[in-house]
Design a protein around this ligand. Structure first.
Ligand SMILES: Cc1cc2nc3c(=O)[nH]c(=O)nc-3n(C[C@H](O)[C@H](O)[C@H](O)COP(=O)(O)O)c2cc1C
Length: 338
């Protein structure tokens, strides 16, 4: 049981298991980890994702996903009493090396102020269910914005006009996705069968909004009208994650900010679902950017609220051992059991 591991190797294994619990585009889990026991340095690599050439041609969503895993890794390091010293994109000659994290001495990071984040890693799930009309407390919205800010991103709260515009752009993107055979094929590729350890199981893919207000992503092509249609909340609480610039380091910051906010809202008993569709069409993403108060790059639309927990999704465990550390079998704590 890895909750209180003793050796550096045990800690590293537990930390990698936590990183792998992060959300990722279509649950592709596009990350790989290496760990050097002598220097206590993790290398966080992106793994090639086959099958999303149209959805994610620049690997922006891959970077956001790896950023989310990197945040988990940091939170777990703090939980196990180590300071995570992070360098983003440390080696221009190795483009798939997205970050290094050195496990230093006693943690001093700001994350020590939120020791519960580690437990939330195992409880967080994307919830595609309808939420109740109960508003998200203003204090929690402020906390979420602070989480994103700490990671170098912004979590913006659109007003009614902004909300209508963002939902409209997402609906346009969703409409295009459904009518584009190549994108439909990409989406279908990531529907997980019962034995798959990546992708989204059909049971977790969610329902459709009978009111047509919320453009829920249709993961299984052609089932938009065939899937159960239920009434979603009429005034969804949306948040737009954005960064000041739009380079690879910003995408990694966006992913860390996303995960920091998702874990915090999990701790506060809230749920979230993600609407990434408009970010996958350059013209629609540009229109979302034009709606922002100052020049910012939109990275993700979130919907937050009170509702049922999402369904569990599989993970590739053990992570393929691409490492100097011979026994990279992440030890998954009991909290992760589903
Ligand atoms: C970059 C990125 C884009 C995503 N886009 C969507 C989306 O458009 N719609 C959706 O329902 N979920 C989206 N997700 C959530 C993933 O489908 C989800 O994280 C994955 O299936 C694993 O499930 P879990 O979050 O419950 O662990 C996205 C996640 C990431 C990191």
């Amino acid at each position: 049981m890895a909750d209180q591991p003793d050796t550096t190797g045990d800690i590293a294994r537990a930390v990698v298991a936590a990183a792998c619990a992060a959300p990722s585009i279509h649950n592709t889990q596009p990350w790989r980890f290496r760990f050097d026991e002598d220097t206590r340095v993790f290398e966080v690599h992106s793994a090639p994702v086959h099958g999303l050439p149209r959805t994610d041609p620049d690997a922006r969503a891959v970077h956001v996903s790896v950023g989310a895993a990197l945040f988990n890794l940091r939170a777990a390091a703090v939980h196990f009493g180590r300071e995570p010293v992070v360098r983003l994109l440390p080696d221009p000659e190795t483009p798939d090396l997205l970050a290094t994290v050195r496990l230093a001495g006693r943690p001093r990071a700001a994350l020590t102020r939120r020791p519960d984040l580690y437990r939330a890693i195992w409880r967080r799930r994307t919830s595609r269910f309808p939420f109740t009309p109960e508003p998200v407390p203003a204090a929690v919205l402020a906390e979420l914005a602070e989480c994103a800010h700490q990671e170098g991103a912004e979590l913006l709260r659109p007003g009614p006009a902004g909300r209508a515009r963002l939902l409209g752009l997402t609906a346009d993107a969703e409409h295009r996705n459904r009518n584009d055979p190549a994108r439909r094929a990409e989406s279908l590729l990531w529907i997980a069968g019962p034995d798959d350890r990546a992708g989204i199981p059909a049971y977790a893919a969610g329902t459709q909004d009978v009111g047509g207000r919320l453009p829920m992503r249709e993961f299984v092509p052609g089932t938009g009208t065939g899937r159960p249609q239920v009434a979603y909340e009429s005034e969804p609480q949306l948040l737009l994650l954005a960064t000041r610039h739009d380079g690879r380091a910003d995408w990694l910051r966006a992913g860390q900010a996303l995960q920091h906010a998702l874990l915090l809202l999990t701790l506060r008993g809230l749920r979230a679902s993600l609407f990434h569709q408009a970010m996958e069409w350059p013209d629609l993403r540009a229109r979302a950017a034009a709606a922002l108060p100052h020049h910012c790059a939109p990275q993700m639309l979130l919907r937050v609220g009170h509702g049922p927990a999402g369904f569990p999704t599989p993970r590739r465990l053990p992570v393929p051992p691409v490492t100097r550390w011979r026994t990279l079998t992440p030890s998954v704590p009991e909290e992760a059991a589903v």
